[in-house]
Unconditional design. Structure first.
Length: 61
């Protein structure tokens, strides 16, 4: 909080950027749903959020 008050840029927390992208995709999904777009268009954004939340897969598998 001190970084915000003094104007200094505090170091970003790990994962902040990912959470922002997840939120943006969630908003995109809701906007598509409200606009009456097809189910598969809504699901594109929803599955993007789910993919970002899933644990990374070990490439050796």
């Amino acid at each position: 909080m001190a970084g915000l008050v003094s104007g200094r840029q505090a170091p970003a927390q790990p994962g902040t950027e990912v959470r922002g992208r997840e939120c943006a995709l969630g908003v995109e999904a809701v906007e598509r749903f409200v606009a009456g777009e097809t189910t598969w268009r809504v699901h594109q954004a929803v599955f993007g959020v789910l993919a970002m939340e899933s644990e990374p897969v070990d490439p050796r598998l």
